[in-house]
Write a protein that binds this ligand. Structure first.
Ligand SMILES: CC(C)(COP(=O)(O)OP(=O)(O)OC[C@H]1O[C@@H](n2cnc3c(N)ncnc32)[C@H](O)[C@@H]1OP(=O)(O)O)[C@@H](O)C(=O)NCCC(=O)NCCS
Length: 373
């Protein structure tokens, strides 16, 4: 697209946080390959890496784990809003509203020092999963499960959501999901966060903007749409026909295509493997088999690869996460990247204000109301 539509190919910021090679299907966080991180890192290490641009040593890791574990309980004012939001708002609207509402109640609310902004970043990262889990418990009239500081971010979320300690494999798989979603260069929500921060607005405002952008089906909302499609298809034998018809009528298939990757998204490779593992382990291969068939058909008809959202949908479902929480769960991970990008933006700030190509009428004379047709 040579006309700059969608800012394709435009370098909007310098960043040391992550990088993508769209031709080769590679993604790095601060120079570390996502495949290696998915294999070995924990989400807590990723949070440290994205913010400090180095992997933590043992004591640094203990420190960030403790900081995150200590900051999980939302402010009383936000807690008081949750029952109403659980009744009235869809999950991403709840998250957007709760994060915005927490701003004046944050202990560092108006402090724009570097140290305070970092504390707010950690606090926000710690609190997102609690908001999502409490919301779900409220709407199902179930007792709230307070955060367990002895558990990792991943295991604690599954605990607060389900009221049961996740087995080691499920906790590890969810931890990998958090790692895979934590950052992705200048995606729409990260860019929205940076645009907001570049006006020197506060980090809560930037997170609110980011959540708002992630909500859309062309971005984070795609994972939910993927699962609804899998459910609608219902069985493997119907997948090819369904997808062929959809593509024939020029509709997009959610969970496919990417602005930057022209080959397989490296996160999809890991997620496909985990979806298969879970399908085998649970003895419920249906969703995985439908997904495989969708993938083959989209490749045959359009030559397009799956992105991060495609197999994430099945993985989240196998982990017992309700479908409409898939996008908020994405946010529980991406908040690490968003907050790191906001700090990077503040550190070397210039207002983000792109140019435009005007396509309206030439300058013309004002017409008084009485003379208009
Ligand atoms: C991610 C996305 C928004 C990128 O958009 P983009 O870079 O603006 O690409 P375009 O929408 O211009 O697509 C380019 C071409 O690929 C096709 N295409 C892209 N994604 C497609 C999809 N998911 N299904 C079918 N066709 C798709 C477009 O129809 C277009 O084809 P054409 O040139 O024949 O008209 C787009 O691929 C999409 O809408 N995917 C589905 C939503 C999704 O999964 N989002 C999560 C992203 S991680």
């Amino acid at each position: 697209m040579g006309n700059g539509k969608g800012l394709e190919g435009v370098v909007a910021a310098e960043t040391a946080i992550s990088d993508i090679d769209g031709q080769q299907g590679r993604l790095w966080y601060v120079g570390y390959d996502i495949a290696d991180l998915a294999e070995a890192a924990t989400f807590e290490e990723i949070v440290y890496l994205l913010h400090q641009l180095e992997l933590p040593n043992r004591s640094q890791l203990d420190e960030i784990r403790n900081q995150l574990a200590a900051e999980r309980e939302p402010e009383p004012f936000v807690l008081s809003l949750l029952p109403t939001l659980a009744n009235d708002a869809v999950p991403m609207s709840m998250l957007r509203t709760a994060v915005s509402a927490s701003s004046p109640h944050d202990p560092d609310s108006n402090d724009q020092s570097e140290e305070a902004i970092y504390r707010k970043a950690i606090r926000l990262t710690a609190r997102f999963p609690t908001l999502v889990a409490y919301y779900d418990r409220h709407r199902n009239d179930r007792e709230l499960i307070p955060p367990d500081p002895s558990l990792s971010q991943a295991a604690n979320f599954l605990w607060m959501l389900n009221g049961e300690k996740a087995d080691e494999d499920s906790a590890r798989i969810f931890d990998v999901c958090l790692t895979l979603h934590a950052d992705h260069t200048m995606n729409a929500s990260t860019f929205a966060a940076r645009v907001c921060a570049a006006t020197l607005s506060d980090i809560h405002s930037a997170m609110t903007a980011a959540i708002a952008a992630l909500k859309g089906p062309l971005h984070g909302g795609a994972n939910e749409a993927v699962f609804r499609m899998i459910e609608e298809i219902g069985e493997k034998s119907k997948a090819r026909d369904y997808i062929t018809k959809r593509l024939g009528s020029k509709e997009k298939v959610m969970g496919f295509g990417h602005r930057v990757y022209k080959t397989e998204d490296p996160r999809a490779t890991v997620l496909r493997k985990m979806a298969k593992e879970l399908a085998d382990k649970t003895g419920e291969p249906r969703n995985y088999e439908i997904s495989e068939e969708i993938e083959k058909t989209v490749m045959d008809v359009k030559g397009i690869y799956p992105n991060v959202d495609f197999y994430a949908a099945s993985v989240y479902n196998y982990l017992g996460i309700p479908t409409d929480l898939f996008t908020p769960v994405f946010a529980c991970s991406r908040v690490a990247g968003w907050t790191a990008h906001v700090r990077e933006q503040y550190a070397d700030n210039r207002l983000i204000r792109p140019d435009h190509a005007y396509v309206g009428p030439e300058p013309r004379a004002w017409v008084p109301l009485s003379e208009r047709n």
